[in-house]
Structure formats: C-alpha cells, structure tokens
Design a protein. Sequence first.
Length: 221
Amino acid sequence: MGRRRAGLVNLYCVAHLRRYFLRARLSNPVQLEYWEKAWLDRFRALYTAHRELATAWARARDTPGPDADTRLAEAYTAWDGAIEAIDTARREQQASPGLQPAAKDALATLEREWDGVVAHRDYPMVDLDNNAAERAPRRPVVTRKNAYGSRTDDAAALAAAVWTVLGTAEKHGLNTLTYLTAYLDACGRAGGKPPQGTDLDRFLPWLASPDDLATWKQPPG
C-alpha cells in the first residue's frame, strides 16, 4: 500500500524481519551459528538506539531546550551508527559467493524491506515492531472464549465498544477502573443517561484536563 499510494509510509516490523535470521540458522546450525549471533547483536543495537531516540524525541517535544536538542542529536547519531552497521554488513554479505542459501534468503528479505526499516528514523514515536498491537487483542479474545462468544450482534458491538474505550484509556496511562467509575458516576449525575457535548468531551483523554487525567491514573480509592 505504501508503495502504491502517495502520502503513506511503510514501517516494517523489525521483530518479524529478525525472525528470518533466526530461521536461517536452523538450516545449518554449525556454519551459521556465529553469523546469526552477529546479526542478533546488530538488531539489538538498533533496538537500543531506537529506545534512546524515542526517549530523546519525547523529551524534546515535552520540555524543549538546548539540553533536549543536544540529547536528540546524539540519539540520531547513535541510530545512524546502528543502521549503518546493518547496511554495511548486508551489502558485504550479499556480495559473498560462499554464503549459505538460507542466509541469502534472509538478506534478500532485508533488502526488500529496507526502506521500511530506515524510515523508522523519521517516526521515533512508533515502535520498531508491532508486538504491542498484536498483544492488545489477547485479553478480549481470551474473554470472548471464556464467555463462549457474544452470541448476539448487539452484545458483540457492546464488547467492541468497551474494549476500544479500555484500550484507549490504557494507551493514555489511565487506571481503567478509576476512569470507568468516574464516567459511570457522571452518568448517574445525569439521571442515568450518558453525558453529552462538553460533558462527554471531558472523558476523551486528549481533551481531558490535567487534573482529571492525574486523578484517573490513580488506583480506585
């Protein structure tokens, strides 16, 4: 999609890409043992550089200043060093005639997805992998199995809405019980009806006041 539509950027999951290098070794554990270890070290360095870059980027956004700018510049330098090490190794190994076929296949996948890896530099607020997104549906799926499904369309729609609200609250660092208690209390004060207009806007984390957000992050009291 990113290749076909202007304005879309592919950010490939590095964790999935890393698995190709893990699988390559299985085809020849003896000859590819040290090759695999070297690649895992390179990916580990990239993850470390990305964490530092994401932290520095967030700090520069939230508390701008000379110190934050310096740290961000250093983080970009570290990222560039980590990605350059990967780029150099892949180019050298692709030109090696004696490399094992499975290793060549892994490098071919890296070549095919390379643009989507280096593009992470411009989006430090996005994880290097989609592990968090894949874990997020786990609790709803387990709950659905334990409850033998929603059974009706209305129940399924309600479950989807509830999990969406809970997931949004968690993404903003809120305690879901405290947050839902505050919302249900507002419903009670409104005569058992859901808040409307600005009363509802108050519960949207991106519009909520700092005081409300601080309260909703605390455990239920």
